[in-house]
Design a protein around this ligand. Structure first.
Ligand SMILES: Nc1ncnc2c1ncn2[C@@H]1O[C@H](COP(=O)(O)OP(=O)(O)OP(=O)(O)O)[C@@H](O)[C@H]1O
Ligand SMILES: O=C(O)c1ccc[n+]([C@@H]2O[C@H](COP(=O)([O-])O)[C@@H](O)[C@H]2O)c1
Length: 237
């Protein structure tokens, strides 16, 4: 073919396809305590999206809710016990090492700078968290540093009245999960996962009522809860 007939995406005015990069999942949470809902969500996303790893990042001082019943160190210890033995899962304690509120934007910016373009970040969250995202600190900047991957969760839906959230989703929604490793511009992907109606709130409540969260949390986490008598008087389990 004559050289003047070589059309590239550049000559046609389109953005060149980006090189595929490994994907790192960022799983932030209060984890008070961590439970099988969190672990299954991370595992299913790791498998379906081909994540190279998932970083569990306990929120030290959550900006948007009451201070947790347990210390940040205890919550991080429970995460460490829960993820031990899974080579894909890592504990990241950066929010425990920072002062002030644990804003996700600061965490993503820090991770993004450390990666130096060698991997892409995927911020993982359930639909309930995404439903409130327009109240997060500097939320409009989150996509500068990471894709946002939202999972289904029993009882959680997009609020029908939030036009700002609707517009955010419509503008940035990716059409295919295959775009995550190659899409230069970050976007939003919604992934259906196995519905597990487990929440830390219900676990704390059941312990307060003297019931065991056995089979809702890993055994090692339950042992830790009992040893430290967390969530009031659980040592008999
Ligand atoms: N069962 C679940 N299914 C899907 N996503 C979940 C589930 N449990 C938690 N998540 C998601 O995990 C992240 C961290 O959640 P968090 O630590 O607040 O747990 P939680 O069970 O929602 O706690 P709490 O009841 O105290 O609010 C959030 O993005 C949340 O949406
Ligand atoms: O940065 C914010 O303003 C912000 C506001 C609300 C929630 N987050 C983060 O979202 C994650 C899930 O929050 P939660 O309450 O569901 O545990 C956790 O990492 C929080 O720090 C972050």
């Amino acid at each position: 073919m004559p050289s003047h007939l070589h059309f590239t995406s550049m000559t046609l005015g389109m953005a060149p396809p980006a090189t595929p990069l490994p994907l790192i999942g960022v799983m932030g949470g209060t984890f008070d305590p961590i439970h099988f809902g969190h672990l299954r969500m991370a595992q299913e996303l790791a498998e379906s999206l081909g994540l190279a790893e998932v970083r569990f990042i306990p929120s030290a001082t959550p900006p948007h809710r009451e201070q947790p019943m347990t210390s940040a160190t205890q919550r991080a210890e429970m995460v460490a016990l829960a993820i031990a033995g899974n080579p894909l899962f890592k504990l990241d304690t950066q929010e425990l090492e920072r002062q002030g509120y644990s804003y996700t934007i600061d965490t993503l910016q820090f991770l993004h700078e450390g990666l130096q373009g060698k991997a892409r970040l995927c911020l993982l969250m359930g639909m309930d968290a995404f439903a409130g995202i327009t109240s997060w600190h500097r939320w409009q900047e989150l996509l500068q540093f990471a894709h946002i991957v939202v999972t289904t969760r029993p009882g959680a839906a997009l609020p029908s009245s939030n036009l700002v959230l609707d517009a955010f989703l419509q503008t940035h929604m990716l059409s295919d999960a295959q775009q995550l490793p190659i899409q230069a511009e970050h976007g939003i992907w919604v992934q259906e996962i196995t519905a597990l109606d487990i929440s830390a709130t219900k676990i704390r409540e059941s312990l307060a009522y003297g019931c065991t969260p056995r089979y809702l949390v890993p055994d090692k986490v339950l042992e830790f809860i009992c040893q430290h008598d967390l969530y009031s008087g659980t040592s008999r389990y």
